[in-house]
Design a protein around this ligand. Structure first.
Ligand code: FE2
Ligand code: FE2
Length: 135
């Protein structure tokens, strides 16, 4: 099952960011598939780890872009990234510890990421970058 479909509303218009988001969504779908089909926990945990790592790299790239642009909403956007990473890591810690985790919890975190980060903060950043022609 595809949890999240790559669709037009997710496009920010910044090629680098869009490429990163597409890769992250692909990982989320692999993770959903593994969890849904009761694949070994180690595999799921590994995919979750990969998602965290790719997300971190992606966030760093966006934050470097904001630095280059002297983006006025840098602090706000960085705080949002920090919150999302913290939420995913908290979920992963609970999952790895073997406690019963509600998969819905992860869905809620990812939904926040898509709505507030990609469709909100990232889109605004992409528009700002386009207006200043910094890539
Ligand atoms: Fe992003
Ligand atoms: Fe972002």
């Amino acid at each position: 099952m595809k949890w999240i479909k790559w669709e037009d509303k997710l496009i920010t218009g910044h090629a680098g960011m869009d490429h990163g988001h597409e890769g992250l969504i692909d990982l989320i779908n692999q993770l959903a598939d593994a969890m849904e089909n009761n694949k070994p926990k180690e595999l799921c945990s590994n995919l979750l780890e990969q998602f965290v790592e790719h997300t971190r790299t992606h966030f760093v790239a966006e934050e470097q872009l904001m630095d280059r642009l002297r983006y006025p909403k840098l602090a706000e956007h960085k705080a949002l990234h920090a919150m999302l990473i913290k939420d995913v890591l908290t979920f992963k810690a609970v999952y790895d510890a073997g406690a019963s985790t509600e998969f819905m919890t992860l869905l809620v975190i990812l939904d926040t990421w898509m709505n507030r980060d990609i469709m909100g903060a990232d889109k605004a950043l992409a528009d700002f970058a386009a207006a200043t022609s910094v890539t």
